[in-house]
Design a protein around this ligand. Structure first.
Ligand SMILES: [Zn+2]
Length: 238
């Protein structure tokens, strides 16, 4: 298990998804010296119930909120692909963009949202981001003959060791985030346009993280399904 990867890439659909899914793990790894890069795939401009809201204004608001959340967690770089909210497609262009980020930053670990949910609804952008990220990791970023035009930009093929999927229905990997629970709550609360009262965000984050913490007998944890290309130790059972 990559306890302390050198580089981690977080492929995330909307502003606020990464903080909710893996904000504690990011904060913990950053403290241990990991370079964390965000690849934000959409603008999130449909994230409002207010019919008077100008989507262009919301794009700017959510960009600022995302940058503040990333600052709180210590994320080193935020790449924004700027796709329209709810219009992501599993196509060659998007796949190439994720492959480019992987080849540029050479992460050992990629974190993204689990596209394989069977028992509940899932936002289309989440499913497409998760699926395209998995395809980009294997085999597209790794293979010489896929997106070989990127080699002219100096981008060599790269082999990612592990993928962590948040939002999994059947998580098998739990990360202790007890020391950084406040940072996770603060980062999520930075998405003011989505989250509202920071005290309630704090309470929600603690309740959710406590439930996963019970699985490994710590106070707070985050939960993932882990996919690896290396042999892995058995998953902890609660
Ligand atoms: Zn989302």
């Amino acid at each position: 298990m990559a306890d302390n990867p050198k580089v981690a890439l977080v492929c995330t659909p909307h502003p606020d998804d990464a903080e909710g899914g893996c904000g504690g793990t990011i904060a913990k790894w950053v403290k241990q010296g990991t370079k964390v890069v965000y690849l934000l795939t959409t603008n999130g401009e449909k994230g409002s119930a207010n019919l008077e809201m100008d989507p262009r204004e919301l794009v700017e608001i959510r960009k600022k909120e995302q940058m503040e959340a990333a600052r709180i967690l210590g994320v080193h770089e935020v790449i924004m692909l700027g796709h329209p909210d709810s219009e992501l497609e599993d196509d060659k262009q998007f796949r190439g963009e994720v492959v480019r980020a992987i080849r540029q930053h050479k992460p050992e670990v990629v974190l993204t949202t689990d596209p394989f949910r069977r028992y509940g609804f899932q936002h289309r952008d989440h499913r497409v981001t998760g699926q395209v990220t998995l395809d980009a990791v294997y085999p597209f970023a790794r293979d010489n003959l896929n997106f070989s035009e990127q080699f002219k930009e100096g981008l060599a093929p790269h082999n990612v060791s592990e993928v962590y999927l948040w939002g999994a229905e059947d998580p098998d990997t739990f990360i202790d985030i007890t020391d950084v629970i406040d940072l996770k709550a603060q980062a999520l609360a930075a998405h003011v346009s989505q989250m509202g009262d920071p005290a309630k965000v704090n309470e929600r984050v603690r309740n959710m993280s406590k439930r996963w913490g019970e699985r490994i007998r710590v106070e707070y944890a985050e939960a993932f399904r882990r996919l690896g290309t290396r042999p892995m130790p058995p998953a902890p059972r609660g």
